[in-house]
Design a protein around this ligand. Structure first.
Ligand code: NAP
Length: 247
């Protein structure tokens, strides 16, 4: 049975009309970067809860979540209305296997996300582990519109700290944006455009994490398998580790 912490919302960031972050004060919580908790709000019909990845690194005083409002969703429209001082339920302990401990070593590490799928990577990139284990790390973030490119300043601070190791590649599919590519991930990989833009190979010596839109994961995984990469399973280690945000 999960235990629940009552956390106080300390800050909200509204990136767009349906994309926002919530920061809540809890004191340091034990978890591994990439894991998720459940967030909950008590409504007249009972407790509404849903899983969200932690964006912050372990041992932070504040826990942070990146949320996209699902139009007919039960919890996200309520989360969007939270303001500092409101109470939010956070389940303990955090769980999940979308963590670097599960990823074998490789020549490079591709962290590929759509939308809010960037959250777990931000937690990982704030820890020392990726930089200790991988010579090159490529963070790829695909969004429809440039306004959905969340956490650009935080990412820039990571790149400034590890300029030789970390490459950030935004993709904005529905408008042109300086420095961004403009096609969907599988097409950019298949044409080698993504690899050329990032100056990195994507081959069976790579490790790839995929997070976000389920169809992006299915399509990208199939393409990578055609390139000789294999799904990473505990009983049979491979190259592709996935986290689906919704079915
Ligand atoms: P999205 O539709 O997944 O779009 C983000 C990026 O992924 C865009 O660049 C998009 O390209 C690209 N993409 C979409 N399908 C793809 C595919 N098959 N292969 C490669 N790339 C693909 O994500 P979003 O804008 O963050 O969210 C869209 C909707 O999903 C929202 O309305 C939200 O309600 C819902 N959502 C639900 C949950 C949940 O947990 N239930 C979580 C997050 C989001 P295009 O611009 O070309 O489409």
């Amino acid at each position: 049975m999960a235990q629940w912490l009552n956390a106080t919302v300390s800050e909200t960031i509204h990136w767009t009309g349906n994309l926002f972050s919530i920061k809540a004060k809890t004191g340091p919580l034990p978890f591994i970067a990439g894991q998720f908790v459940r967030l909950a709000i008590d409504g007249p019909e009972g407790r509404i809860q849903r899983a969200y990845s932690l964006v912050n690194p372990p041992d932070s005083e504040y826990q942070e979540f990146l949320v996209s409002t699902v139009a007919d969703g039960l919890l996200s429209p309520l989360l969007q209305q939270l303001t500092p001082g409101d109470t939010l339920g956070i389940s303990q302990p955090a769980t999940g296997f979308f963590i670097l401990d599960e990823v074998p070593d490789g020549d490079n590490l591709w962290l590929i996300a759509t939308g809010t799928g960037i959250g777990p990577y931000l937690s990982m990139l704030a820890t020392a582990e990726p930089y200790q284990r991988f010579a090159h790390i490529i963070l790829v973030h695909s969004v429809s519109n440039a306004a959905d490119l969340t956490y650009k300043d935080l990412i820039a601070s990571f790149v400034a700290k590890y300029p030789e190791q970390l490459h950030y590649q935004p993709i904005v599919t529905r408008e042109t944006y300086p420095g961004a590519l403009q096609d969907r991930i599988p097409k950019l990989i298949n044409s080698q455009q993504l690899q050329q833009q990032c100056g990195q190979l994507l081959n069976p010596k790579s490790q790839v994490m995929l997070c976000g839109n389920p169809q992006m994961i299915t399509d990208t995984k199939a393409l990578l398998e055609g390139m000789g990469l294999t799904k990473n399973l505990r009983r049979n280690p491979g190259n592709i580790t996935v986290e689906q945000y919704w079915k």
